[in-house]
Design a protein around this ligand. Structure first.
Ligand SMILES: *Cc1c(COP(=O)(O)O)cnc(C)c1O
Length: 241
């Protein structure tokens, strides 16, 4: 039974509207569809179950141990789990075993370890490379200049499938700047495809800017607070765990 969930429905309606405002040349995959990833860090397993019952099947988590606990509690549900947090080397084995997608890969060492640890009986891990598009020195992500080399080497790893790019741009209320940063991501993806890669994923847009991200070509938006409400305290955007 599908139960209603007002915030989720409001986000879904916004997605539809933003898709219609998109210029056709901004569509980067074949379908033009947008996948809603529900970012559930700091939310209880019960909240995830409610969203699942309202039709949401893809969830993004930032903190490994918290995610593993929820996966155990929700093992009866057919959830697709995405790891979207920063990745430390000593966490790669469990991430490779317990997730379908990983969005925050920004260096070869991590990609190599994920590929090595991906169990042989599972399909390749679906990967997005995180790009530091706003050039903030504190941010994780590969620089646009170093991207091509990383794409080449990651594509050669056997147990990974490189799907595209991910970014967390500098937070800003300036819509023109939001557009500009997301457009730069689309341009990077298109440039890679012109060089022969087949990338169809742009993971970009969060609660405050997902409509703009969709207009500029996002194929996966990562939305937390707009679905679940404000997060309980003590969780930072790029917390390490
Ligand atoms: C927390 C987080 C989000 C979602 O943020 P909201 O503002 O709550 O939508 C998206 N992406 C990443 C990488 C995050 O850490």
């Amino acid at each position: 039974m599908v139960i209603s969930n007002e915030r989720l429905q409001a986000v879904q309606a916004d997605i539809k509207k933003a898709v219609t405002k998109r210029d056709t040349e901004h569509i980067v995959n074949q379908t033009g569809e947008v996948t809603l990833l529900a970012v559930s860090k700091a939310q209880t397993a019960e909240k995830l179950r409610e969203a699942y019952e309202a039709g949401q099947t893809k969830f993004g988590e930032n903190y490994l141990q918290e995610a593993l606990n929820k996966q155990a509690e929700l093992a009866d549900l057919n959830i697709e789990w995405h790891f979207i947090g920063p990745i430390q080397s000593n966490k790669t084995q469990l991430i490779a075993q317990h997730f379908t997608w990983v969005h925050g890969v920004d260096r070869l060492k991590i990609a190599q370890r994920l590929s090595d640890a991906r169990p042989a009986d599972l399909p390749p891990l679906q990967i997005c490379l995180q790009v530091n598009i706003s050039g903030e020195t504190s941010k994780s992500g590969v620089t646009p200049n170093a991207l091509l080399d990383l794409v080449r080497t990651v594509c050669a790893l056997p147990k990974l499938t490189l799907r595209g790019l991910m970014t967390i741009p500098e937070p800003t209320d300036d819509e023109a700047l939001q557009h500009q940063q997301f457009k730069q991501m689309r341009d990077l993806l298109n440039d890679l495809n012109k060089q022969g890669f087949a990338l169809n994923t742009l993971s970009m847009g969060m609660s405050s800017d997902y409509k703009v991200a969709i207009e500029e070509g996002a194929t996966i938006i990562r939305v937390g607070s707009a679905i679940f409400g404000a997060r309980p305290a003590k969780v930072s955007l790029e917390g390490s765990n």
